[in-house]
Design a binder for this molecule. Sequence first.
Ligand code: SF4
Length: 100
Amino acid sequence: MRAHAWQNYRTKDGTTPSAAGVEQLGDMLVVNVAPGCEYFTVRDDAGHSFRCSFCGYGRFDKRSQTMGQVRGQVDLDAALLGRLEEVLRVAAESGEARHV
Ligand code: SF4
């Protein structure tokens, strides 16, 4: 599926939609501003991971770093939420995404 026009949008501080936590997946708009999962790397005394057994997703990685997510810190940066609002407003106005 073609890229939606809102993907060319840059926030006031020059951030791309994906760095603001919004991506396009087909005709769907995916929002994830905190991709790192606190359960993902924690292990019990026997070495078993606390992460959900089906999940290969929630690693703290470049995505979470890009969004300024810090392990162990639940509150998100207010600037991140501002960028998210900017992108979602533009995406909604474009009317291209069929669902979120
Ligand atoms: S599904 Fe994955 S990302 Fe979600 S809580 Fe479980 S381990 Fe974390």
